[in-house]
Design a binder for this molecule. Structure first.
Ligand code: DAH
Length: 340
């Protein structure tokens, strides 16, 4: 009897130590302490013993039973704690982990950004949008703008001819003539659009690029109006610290004509490689509209006057963001565009 009890106890204890789950513990419990469990059988068999033996064996069996019950309960608690710890670990959330980007976020092309900054600055000064065709009459692209057929200024811009009288517009300036014919002054216009020139593609040239024209027609327009208008959008695009200046130049459609320089965005004006030591960078052409252009479009230049300017959006974007090659702006490589 003693031996049998001892054996049951050792076996059960070993099984408890090896148990890996709470279900294992339950199975051991049933096989030893259950209704037909090994220890229960022994307790039942005791009725056959005589009185003295029964008392002694009963006491031993009860001790074993208690011991086993304690071991089972403790091990079960241990396993359930470990299981809970593991589960908490598996399901824990690292709140410091950076979020996952589910959808890549789009952004505006640097040229679009710069275009909108200029446009919005001009709209803030009462300008409105005006558009014209990319395939344009030679007459609007050149002749009305005081560039007659044999004028040498036609060589300033190498032109794609569609026919003798039709071209791909070489600038947005033909819209000045269109506006003069279509609208009644006073008016102030922002004219954006694609323009075309016979050019090989390189770091500073593209046969297709984007220009913006500003054109304001009114009575008594002066160079001061021109200078002030330009300074407002230069500061809107490049920041308040950037200065602008007008330098005399020549365009057939303006008199006087000027080029606009801004203080160098790289060195701030002290002179560097980008501004070739001058402290200034040329950004666009401008002027007071030539009286011939007004006359060509049916206006009396003694009554009406106009200011005009035209810029390349790619050049402005290139300067603003330090882009060394215009091709980057047209190739639309996402790795490049992502940076803006
Ligand atoms: N159309 C000129 C160009 O493409 C730029 C320009 C210069 C426009 C002076 C103007 C202006 O309106 O007044 O080079």
């Amino acid at each position: 009897m003693n031996k049998e009890l001892e054996r049951i106890k050792l076996n059960a204890m070993a099984a408890v130590r090896e148990a890996l789950t709470e279900a294992d513990i339950d199975r051991i419990s049933v096989s030893v302490l259950g209704r037909s469990g090994s220890l229960t059988e022994i307790l039942r068999g005791m009725s056959r013993l005589d009185k003295d033996e029964r008392a002694k064996a009963g006491q031993q069996a009860n001790e074993v039973k208690k011991e086993l019950e304690t071991a089972l309960t403790e091990r079960k608690k241990e396993l359930s704690d470990a299981f809970l710890r593991q589960r908490l670990k598996n399901e824990s959330i690292d709140v410091t982990e950076p979020g996952r980007r589910l959808l890549p976020r789009g952004r505006l092309h640097p040229m679009t950004q710069v275009y909108r900054q200029i446009r919005d600055a001009l709209i803030g000064m009462g300008f409105t949008m005006f558009n014209g065709p990319e395939v344009e009459l030679d007459d609007f692209n050149f002749t009305k703008l005081n560039v007659p057929p044999d004028h040498p200024a036609r060589d300033m811009q190498d032109t794609f001819y569609v026919s003798d009288s039709v071209v791909l517009r070489t600038h947005t300036s033909p819209c000045e003539a269109r506006a003069l014919l279509e609208l009644s002054p006073p008016f102030r216009l922002v004219i954006p659009g694609r323009v075309f020139r016979v050019d090989e593609v390189d770091a500073t040239h593209s046969p297709v690029f984007m220009q913006m024209e500003g054109f304001a027609v009114d009575r008594n327009i002066t160079l001061a109006n021109l200078k002030g208008t330009i300074d407002v959008f230069v500061k809107a695009v490049f920041g308040k610290g950037v200065k602008s200046r007008l330098r005399p130049s020549y365009f057939p459609f303006t008199e006087p004509s000027g080029e606009v320089d801004i203080s160098c965005t790289i060195c701030g004006g002290s002179g560097c490689g980008v501004c070739k030591g001058t402290g200034w960078i040329e950004i666009m052409g401008c002027g007071i509209t030539n009286p011939h252009e007004l006359e060509n479009c049916g206006y009396d230049p003694k009554e009406w006057s106009a200011l005009a300017f035209g810029l390349g959006v790619d050049r402005i974007a290139g300067l603003k963001y330090g882009i060394p090659d215009v091709r980057l702006l047209y190739e639309n490589d996402a790795r490049f565009l992502e940076q803006f």
